[in-house]
Design a protein around this ligand. Structure first.
Ligand SMILES: [Zn+2]
Length: 96
């Protein structure tokens, strides 16, 4: 790992700790301090991703957080696409 990657990982950890301590979820909803996400986001995650969020910060939490965020973002994009398709009456496409 080069020094700048280590720096940004460290910065990311600081951000994640702040987010974990705070009471607002990345989606804007209120969450409990100490939880990564609000209940709505949390329950959208598949079991293995939820479990991974209980890792220690330095042993997998950052990766678990990133995986969960990617999952939620993809899910939102996918649902938006589905909504668009319903509105415009297009044939459902295959998710890429
Ligand atoms: Zn949320």
């Amino acid at each position: 790992m080069n020094p700048s990657a280590a720096d940004s990982l460290h910065e990311l950890m600081i951000l994640l700790v702040k987010e974990l301590d705070g009471v607002s979820c990345r989606c804007g909803a209120v969450k409990e301090s100490g939880n990564t996400f609000c209940k709505r986001c949390y329950f959208k995650l598949p079991q293995p991703l939820r479990r991974n969020l209980y890792q220690k910060l330095k042993s997998g939490y950052v990766e678990a957080y990133q995986a969960a965020v990617y999952f939620l973002d993809d899910l939102e994009k996918y649902l938006d696409k589905k909504k668009e398709e319903r509105l415009h009456g297009n044939q459902p496409g295959t998710p890429s």
